[in-house]
Each structure stands twice: as structure tokens, then as C-alpha cells.
Ligand binder design. Structure first.
Ligand code: ZN
Length: 88
């Protein structure tokens, strides 16, 4: 059992947060979002894995408008990704 840090949902071990998956599906196209909206959403997906990795990875690429190599997620700081969210 783990607790989602975004919405407090209790989730069984090995599963994903249903509320976060629903939230992801409700998000607008990143090209219609402000820099603040994009960086705020990016922070939601950072750290704790709340949704399947592939879905998170795809969404992070949309929020930053660039390809993100998997290894970058472990090597780069959150701040550097937030800059990417703001610089397009
Ligand atoms: Zn959640």
C-alpha cells in the first residue's frame, strides 16, 4: 500500500493511482497551457511514480516539448526540466 502524494489516494502495492490516471486523461493539450500550468503539472509527475511510466514519460515530453531520454530523469534536476516547460 502506498499513498499518492498528489491527491492522497491509497493505492495497492504494484498498482497505479486511479485518480492520477483520470487527471492525466483530463489534461489539455500542452500547447494550450501557460508556462505556469505546464511547470506545475510537471512537478505533479516528478518523484513518486503515480501512473504507468510510459504514460508519465509521454506527458513529460509534451510538457517540455522535447524528447526526454529515460536516463535524463535520474540525472537532471527538476529545475532544469521546469525551465524546459517555460522555454517554448
Ligand atoms: Zn494520485
Amino acid at each position: 500500500m502506498w499513498v499518492c502524494e498528489r491527491d492522497g489516494t491509497k493505492v495497492s502495492a504494484g498498482e497505479f493511482c486511479v485518480k492520477c490516471v483520470e487527471y492525466l486523461e483530463s489534461r489539455p493539450d500542452a500547447s494550450n497551457m501557460s508556462a505556469d500550468q505546464k511547470s506545475t503539472e510537471f512537478e505533479y509527475w516528478w518523484g513518486q511514480l503515480k501512473i504507468p511510466f510510459d504514460l508519465m514519460h509521454e506527458r513529460l515530453e509534451k510538457l517540455t516539448n522535447r524528447p526526454i531520454y529515460t536516463h535524463e530523469l535520474g540525472m537532471r534536476s527538476l529545475d532544469s526540466f521546469l525551465q524546459d516547460c517555460r522555454n517554448w
